[in-house]
Ligand binder design. Structure first.
Ligand SMILES: Cc1cc2nc3c(=O)[nH]c(=O)nc-3n(C[C@H](O)[C@H](O)[C@H](O)COP(=O)(O)OP(=O)(O)OC[C@H]3O[C@@H](n4cnc5c(N)ncnc54)[C@H](O)[C@@H]3O)c2cc1C
Length: 387
């Protein structure tokens, strides 16, 4: 997030209104088709460029919009309330951009951020490997220094934006023998080239249409000046240093799914009749709607709280973790309750709700699984409340 933003509340509301109008006009009508066919929504990418979404949180001095985390979270909630998947196209890209803005050298910022802000260069983050997700320090991809470049060998999996994007922020081992392990880890700004192989587009339960791939690196050369921050051994800290914003993002995606599922369920419950009245008038359905709405608003408030603190440069690790937990679990809860409200029709691909159900669980897994997140929250609670 930039410190030099020049937006006031009214401007940010105007941006939100423009995104809402775009989502309703352009995203809603094509979501089901692309999701079912698992085809990439290229047309949305061009529209996102025009809206400035690829530069949403990049500082204005680098050509981005420089939006606050709070406004950005609201944008993500809106997009995900209609179709979560496209939010990944600019979310993962902006996690890469924010790492460059936070940790990059001035030359790296000037080189990468302007073309990322326009969407001319679209990126993502390459952390996970077949043997290492939560335990990132166990990665095996190695970058060996050779003159003025690094030679990368290894494999990554589950990497979003890696087929249609132009490159990645790549977590590698520059010193595989280092102890503790994180001291041997670095991040490379890796533009696609010879030896950067997209081996397989993965077939997924949800979050379909978006390219999530297995990658192989075979003697892939990266110029040495693409080492993030210019210093080896900082990669792990650079990766975890961006977790607050990443968690606010994922929280917003989950909250958006929850809000969208509630909206669909509210409508259906008033249309569908059993025993001579709309099902919204049966108490069993009312209980579900009430619980769903309460989860949505609870998640929204936690996201607002975390984002406000983030924007004020206050510590917000606990708040962002709680927001992520609440937002993602709200998504799963509301999508699942909405399925019950839709009865048999929830299983029909003619209706949208089954997509929300398939998309929701990912938010409990990405950006720190909720199991690990709960342990993080508990540790922070103890730390802040020592007796
Ligand atoms: C659709 C999709 C898109 C993705 N996109 C990206 C991407 O763009 N870039 C990227 O780098 N990665 C991406 N990922 C990977 C994702 O970040 C990992 O799946 C996630 O970090 C979990 O790692 P894992 O799958 O290896 O699970 P594991 O780490 O093997 O965990 C398995 C289970 O064990 C639990 N567990 C593990 N360690 C502990 C512990 N210490 N305490 C308690 N419980 C524990 C976990 O909570 C989980 O329940 C994506 C994944 C998916 C499914």
């Amino acid at each position: 997030m930039s410190d030099t933003t020049s937006w006031d509340e009214q401007d940010e509301q105007a941006i939100l209104d423009a995104v809402s109008a775009w989502v309703e006009k352009e995203v809603r009508p094509i979501a089901r088709r692309h999701d079912q066919a698992d085809t990439y929504p290229h047309e949305l990418v061009e529209q996102m460029k025009e809206l400035g979404l690829f530069g949403a949180t990049i500082g204005q001095e680098y050509g981005g919009l420089g939006l606050s985390a709070r406004t950005y979270a609201r944008i993500v909630i809106k997009v995900a309330s209609v179709w979560m998947a496209p939010s990944g196209i600019f979310n993962s890209h902006l996690i890469m951009a924010s790492a460059i803005e936070r940790c990059g050298t001035e030359a790296q910022k000037r080189h990468w951020l302007p073309k990322m802000a326009t969407g001319e260069f679209r990126g993502g983050i390459g952390l996970t490997e077949p043997n290492a997700g939560t335990d990132l320090q166990a990665i095996r991809t190695v970058a060996r220094r050779d003159g003025d470049s690094y030679i990368v060998n290894g494999a990554k999996t589950w990497i979003t934006n890696s087929m249609h994007g132009h490159g990645l922020l790549l977590l590698v081992k520059t010193d595989p023998q280092a102890e503790p392990r994180h001291r041997g880890m670095s991040m490379l700004l890796a533009e696609k080239g010879d030896g950067f192989v997209v081996a397989n587009k993965m077939s997924k339960l949800g979050y379909r249409a978006i390219d999530t791939c297995e990658l192989v690196f075979e003697d892939y050369r990266v110029p040495a000046d693409c080492l993030l921050g210019g210093e080896e051994g900082k990669g792990f800290l650079q990766a975890v240093g961006g977790l607050e914003l990443g968690r606010i993002n994922v929280a917003s995606r989950g909250c958006g799914i929850a809000a969208g599922a509630l909206e669909l369920a509210l409508r259906y419950a008033q249309e569908r009749e059993t025993f001579g009245k709309p099902i919204a008038q049966h108490q069993a359905i009312q209980l579900k709607l009430a619980d769903m709405a309460t989860r949505v608003e609870g998640a929204r408030l936690l996201i607002e709280q975390a984002a406000r603190k983030y924007d004020a440069h206050e510590r917000c690790d606990l708040e962002a973790s709680m927001a992520k937990l609440a937002g993602s679990e709200a998504g799963v809860f509301c999508a699942s309750e909405a399925m019950r409200i839709f009865g048999g029709y929830s299983y029909s691909t003619e209706y949208e709700i089954e997509r929300y159900y398939r998309d929701a669980m990912l938010m409990c897994i990405g950006e720190g699984t909720n199991e690990v997140l709960r342990t993080v929250i508990a540790k922070q609670l103890v730390e802040r409340n020592r007796i």
